[in-house]
Design a binder for this molecule. Sequence first.
Ligand code: OOG
Ligand code: MG
Length: 252
Amino acid sequence: MSVAVMAGVLDTAARSARAVPRLTEERELDVPQAYAVQRALVDLRLGRGERLAGIKLGFTSAAKMRQMGVSDLIWGRLTDAMRLADGAHLELGNFVHPRIEPEIAFLIGDRIDERTADPVRAIEAVAPAYEIIDSRYEGFRFSLPDVIADNSSSAAFGVGAWRAPDTELGNLGMLLEIDGRVAETGSSAAILGHPLRSVHAAARLAATAGLALEPGWVILAGAATAAVALERGTHARVRTSVLGTVEVTVHD
Ligand code: OOG
Ligand code: MG
């Protein structure tokens, strides 16, 4: 299967909300090939009129690495169509087996490219965020190249109110509440030791891929806790100390 065919398989899986077998069940795939599939996959979205809106990091916390059995930092591309409003309602039928996880989002103020000396200075604001991840693979199980090819499981994201970037982010409490009960607890320190490290990592990974990070784009730093499955009628809220909350509801 060519890169284009693998991208097409994953694109169809996402659009039809039907899981597919892992790509690596049938063939070898290395990490550079997997990123080529990811790029082709997102290019299909861009060809339908979506626009890049940022990048996400994955497996920046031990909680996530443990949950998924994968231990390397990965990244994926976000588009405008993946962005949901704070308080949005989502349709379960548009997803295979979605999960939610608490994140921190950074808003890019100045272009970040390989010439940027300090990407943190290009950050305009910071906010609490959630990511909806939805592996297009059966059983939500994959190897590292599989998940990279699948745009690092990214499906949707929402961002709360933006704050000044001078907010101290090193050890914020981060809760994931499901239907008003605490389901997961963590700290922003779980994200690479400090979420600003995700900004450096995003800048480095994007530069390696020849991708400049544009003003107005978002960086999702990676989940601070394990992800939780969404079900019909679930109300999920990310509650952070200092930064506030952001929430989403699944339709009945
Ligand atoms: C891969 C995506 C991981 C994160 O924040 O760690 C991720 C997955 O868990 O399916 O987005
Ligand atoms: Mg994530």
